[in-house]
Design a protein around this ligand. Structure first.
Ligand SMILES: [Zn+2]
Length: 96
């Protein structure tokens, strides 16, 4: 099957797992999460008009609390710590 391209295979740029790990640690620090909290980071397609084609979705699961979902409308490689802090602020305001 030389030249076969699996259409389901997602292209991951080099540094992707490292970036995902960095985003997780920024999220943990910003939310002061304990070791029991689970943070998952995924890059998903985004179909919203005016958006980049990819969005980064951070899911935080802490025992005894509602899960927190943060969606940053940028590809995972473009997310910086300030994006996470802004999204956490927006989430907190929405919960008030
Ligand atoms: Zn989007």
């Amino acid at each position: 099957m030389r030249g076969f391209v699996n259409p389901l295979r997602q292209e991951r740029p080099s540094g992707f797992p490292q970036r995902a790990a960095l985003i997780k640690s920024w999220t943990r620090r910003a939310l002061q999460l304990g070791n029991d909290a689970v943070v998952s980071v995924n890059e998903l397609a985004c179909a919203q008009p005016g958006c980049p084609p990819r969005q980064s979705v951070i899911l935080v699961m802490t025992e005894g609390a509602s899960p927190i979902k943060l969606a940053i409308h940028k590809g995972l490689m473009d997310v910086v710590e300030a994006d996470i802090l802004a999204e956490i602020d927006a989430f907190r305001i929405s919960q008030q």
